[in-house]
Design a protein around this ligand. Structure first.
Ligand code: HEC
Ligand code: HEC
Length: 281
C-alpha cells in the first residue's frame, strides 16, 4: 500500500467514525427532547392540580366529579366524549377549557342542573378579565383536566326525585329516617365536598374541641344572632338544607350552598339526611 492510499483509507475511517458519533448523539437528542417534553408536561399537570384544588374544587369537586345542583363534573365520560359536539365547539378540548376558564360563564347553559352561584354562574379567572390567573397558569389547569381523559368514568346526571319533593315547610311531619341511607346520600349529592373534604361550609365532624353538626343543630337556634324559624334541632337541619340563606353561619358566605334541595329531595331523603347529621355530635 503506498502512502497516498494509506492516507485515503485513514481519512475514510475518520469520516465514518465521526458520522457514527454524530448519528449516535443525534438519535439520543430526539429521545432526550421527548423526555424533556414529557417531564415538562408532568410538571404542568402537577402545577395545574394545585391550582385546580385552590380555585375550582369548591364548585367542581376535588376530583372534578362535580356537585349536583351546583356545578357540572369535568372528570366525566360525557365531558370528554360528547360535550364538545353538544355545544358545537370545533377546536380542541384543551382550548375549550382555557376559553371557559378565562372568561367564566355569565349564565349556565344547563341552569336546571348546574346553576352555579348566581351571576356569573362561574367567575372569570383570566387576569385580562380581572381574575387571579395568568394564561400560562390556566394552560396548566387545562393540562391537568385533559389528563383525566383516559380514566374518566360516566357520572350520572342527578336522578330526578323518586316521589313528591320535600318543599320548604320545616314544620312538616317526616317519615322515620335512616342514618346509613342519609350518609350515602350526602356523598352522592356532593354535600361532603363542602362539609367534610373541604371546609367550604361548616365542618360536620367534631374536631379540636369543636362539636359536630349534630350538636350545633341544637345550639345555633338559641344564639342571639339566629335569624331562622326553627325551634328544634331537626327543624334547624331541615331549614339549613332547604333555605340555606335564611341564617348564614358566621364566618361563611351566603349563596354558596346550592339553593335547590327543596325541589330535588323527597321527604324520605330529608328524613335520612337529618337522621345522619344528628349522629355527628
Ligand atoms: C362558583 C362556582 C365555580 C367555580 C369556582 C368554577 N366553576 Fe367552572 N363552571 C361552573 C358552572 C356553574 C359552569 C356552567 C355549567 C354549564 O354551563 O352547564 C361551569 C363550567 C365549566 C366548564 C365547562 C363545562 C362544560 O361542560 O361546558 C369548565 C371546563 C369549567 N367550568 C372549569 C373550571 C375550572 C378549571 C375552574 C377553576 C379555575 C372552575 N371551573 C371554577 C361553576 C364554577
Ligand atoms: C357548595 C358547597 C356546599 C354544598 C354542596 C352543601 N353545603 Fe351546606 N353549607 C355550605 C355553606 C357555605 C354553609 C354555611 C352558610 C349557611 O349557613 O348557609 C352551609 C351550611 C349548612 C348547614 C348548617 C351547618 C351548621 O353548622 O349550622 C347544614 C346542616 C348544611 N349546610 C347541610 C348540607 C347538606 C345536607 C348538603 C347536601 C344535601 C349541603 N349542605 C351541601 C356549603 C355547602
Amino acid at each position: 500500500m503506498n502512502r497516498i492510499n494509506l492516507q485515503i483509507l485513514l481519512g475514510t475511517i475518520m469520516v465514518l467514525a465521526t458520522s457514527v458519533v454524530v448519528l449516535f448523539y443525534g438519535l439520543n437528542e430526539e429521545k432526550r427532547m421527548a423526555e424533556a417534553e414529557e417531564a415538562q408536561r408532568g410538571r404542568a399537570i402537577e402545577q395545574g392540580a394545585a391550582l385546580f384544588e385552590a380555585q375550582c374544587s369548591r364548585c367542581h369537586g376535588t376530583q372534578g366529579t362535580g356537585i349536583p345542583g351546583l356545578c357540572p363534573p369535568l372528570n366525566d365520560r360525557y365531558f370528554f366524549d360528547q360535550r364538545m359536539k353538544d355545544v358545537g365547539w370545533s377546536g380542541t378540548l384543551e382550548d375549550y377549557i382555557v376559553a371557559t376558564v378565562s372568561s367564566g360563564r355569565l349564565a349556565s347553559t344547563r341552569p336546571q342542573l348546574y346553576p352555579g352561584q348566581g351571576t356569573p354562574a362561574m367567575p372569570a379567572f383570566s387576569d385580562h378579565f380581572g381574575g387571579p390567573l395568568r394564561e400560562d397558569q390556566i394552560r396548566t389547569i387545562a393540562a391537568f383536566i385533559t389528563n383525566w381523559s383516559e380514566t374518566a368514568i360516566a357520572i350520572e346526571v342527578p336522578p330526578t326525585p323518586s316521589g313528591p319533593v320535600v318543599g320548604t315547610d320545616i314544620t312538616k311531619e317526616l317519615p322515620e329516617g335512616d342514618p346509613a341511607a342519609g350518609e350515602a346520600l350526602a356523598t352522592t349529592l356532593g354535600c361532603v365536598a363542602c362539609h367534610i373534604a373541604a371546609p367550604t361550609g361548616p365542618v360536620w365532624l367534631a374536631k379540636d374541641g369543636e362539636p359536630g353538626v349534630g350538636s350545633h343543630a341544637a345550639t345555633r337556634i338559641t344564639q342571639p344572632d339566629y335569624t331562622g324559624k326553627a325551634t328544634t334541632p331537626e327543624q334547624y337541619l331541615f331549614e339549613s338544607i332547604v333555605n340555606p340563606n335564611i341564617f348564614v353561619v358566621s364566618g361563611f358566605a351566603s349563596g354558596v350552598m346550592p339553593q335547590s334541595y327543596a325541589n330535588s329531595l323527597t321527604d324520605q331523603d330529608m328524613a335520612n339526611l337529618i337522621a345522619y347529621l344528628l349522629t355527628l355530635k
